[in-house]
Design a protein around this ligand. Structure first.
Ligand code: EPU
Length: 434
């Protein structure tokens, strides 16, 4: 199993480029199931979750071509015949976003069989809101032997009010409703840029969607969708991770190829902490030469501070003067990184949904264990300022969502190397191990 070895102490200097957003790419790949024509997606990140999605769609009978060489960020999907509209436990257990195929499959094929995801390292991950929404559109749903089975002749437009804001739930229903008979109005929708990006693609495919990116989305169903070409938005969480890396190391870093308008809450928090940034149209420069002050954070749905940046912010809080209270409102167990940061010398106490971080404490290198994608990012960040060589185990978590993280960090001055088998060298390699 791969490990990352990081020697701390180097400031990050230069320019690092952000990849396409994994959490936009995944629903856009699922959206390709809605048409028999070809969907071409550009700016697809080369990360493990994309390869898992390729396997998922291929197992259903879709043709998925991940680009090689200079076209390595382009993916072409053609779902002409969907022989097996099913997502097996083997795939869903490694990537919960696999449940995104439920809506498109039932809308296009009239049936779907998708494994229930179960819990994961960051807490319970129920899909009751996806199911309830699809039932509102007329799908008949049963749950047996750990699988959700949905059937429908043709879905019917309806009013859907989400009890709670859900990102993939909104995306799942959005995809399903594009092929429904009549109009669907969805309220209390997730406003994440990834939802708006999916709607952009769907509209290019012939859907009639208004309001994506706001809490009310209206969809006029159409009988058929067609092929399209679409460029995935930049990854705001990868960008935020690099911003914190630069701030922590006292570097001077330009994070290029990002969309600063998607990073407002993160930039505001960094400003409160005392991190100096300037913005261009598609870049942000961090000048990390100032001391940092503690600031409280609570995670919220977009446009609030993202739960996907909470772990990385905790690494920064260990190096700020004073006490920061970090409240996790989205997932109940998303503090696994805290224990590892403590092993590196941080002073963190967990009280339910709150982490109390007392800074500033020097960090010292240690052997640590990554427990999920963003937790591993926070350990890399802490290691960049730790005294000595940190060894981070189970980095397959980081490969799920960060494209070539060690190469990108090395390119701006970090001392970081991977031991064990490198992944992903060729995301399209069908023999890739999971
Ligand atoms: N929830 C329910 N019922 C549902 C669905 C969600 O109770 O049917 C609850 C969840 O338990 C959670 C809250 O609603 O407490 C929000 O969950 P949401 O459905 O929004 O999460 P998700 O769609 O499963 C996406 C991202 C996550 C990100 C969350 C929150 C993708 C593929 N995943 O997950 O990304 O943390 O939204 O912003 O878009 C990551 O990239 O590391 C990651 C975990």
């Amino acid at each position: 199993m791969d490990k990352l070895v990081v020697r701390g102490g180097n400031p990050l200097l230069g320019t690092v480029r952000v990849s396409g957003a994994k959490n936009a790419a995944l629903p856009c790949m699922a959206a390709a199931l809605l048409t028999e024509e070809e969907v071409i997606l550009e700016n697809i990140p080369q990360v493990r979750d994309i390869e898992t999605t390729r396997r998922l769609l291929s197992a259903m009978g879709a043709q998925v071509e991940l680009g090689y060489g200079r076209a390595h960020h382009r993916t072409t999907i053609q779902a002409r015949n969907l022989t097996t509209p099913e997502a097996s436990y083997d795939l869903v257990k490694t990537m919960r976003a696999s449940t995104l195929v439920l809506g498109p499959l039932v809308a296009r094929c009239g049936r779907a069989r998708v494994s229930l995801p179960g819990g994961c390292a960051i807490g319970a991950r129920p899909i009751d809101l996806h199911i309830k929404g699809l039932e509102r559109l007329g799908a008949k749903i049963t749950t047996e032997h750990g699988y959700v089975e949905a059937t429908a002749n043709r879905l019917k437009g309806a009013e859907v009010v989400f009890d709670k804001i859900t990102v993939t739930g909104t995306e799942d229903l959005l995809m399903a409703s594009t092929l429904a008979d009549g109009e669907t109005t969805m309220q209390n929708c997730a406003r994440e840029p990834e939802v708006a990006d999916l709607a952009d693609l769907l509209n290019k495919m012939g859907a009639k969607i208004h309001g994506a990116g706001t809490s009310t989305i209206c969809v006029k169903g159409v009988p058929k969708l067609h092929g399209a070409k679409h460029r995935i938005i930049p990854d705001r969480i990868e960008a935020g991770t690099f911003l914190i890396a630069a701030a922590l190391t006292g570097g001077d870093l330009k994070v290029s190829g990002c969309d600063p308008t998607h990073l407002t809450s993160i930039l505001q928090k960094l400003q409160e902490v005392g991190v100096k940034t300037t913005q261009g149209a598609d870049s942000i420069r961090v000048m990390g030469d100032t001391p940092h002050q503690a600031a409280d954070v609570f995670t919220e749905e977009y446009p609030g501070f993202p739960t996907d940046m909470q772990a990385q912010y905790m690494a920064l809080a260990t190096q700020a003067d004073g006490t920061s209270i970090i409240t996790e409102n989205i997932f109940e167990k998303r503090f696994m990184h805290a224990q590892e940061l403590v092993r590196m010398g941080a002073n963190i106490k967990i009280e339910g949904r709150r982490a109390i971080v007392r800074g500033r404490t020097p960090l010292s290198a240690a052997a640590v264990l990554a427990s999920d994608l963003r937790a591993s990012a926070s350990l890399v960040l802490a290691a960049l300022v730790a005294d000595g060589e940190t060894i981070i185990d189970r980095v397959y978590h980081i490969d799920r969502g960060y494209e070539h993280i060690e190469e990108k960090l090395k390119g701006v001055g970090a001392e970081i190397r991977r031991i064990g088998e490198m992944f992903p060298r060729k995301a399209a390699a069908p023999t890739a191990q999971f």
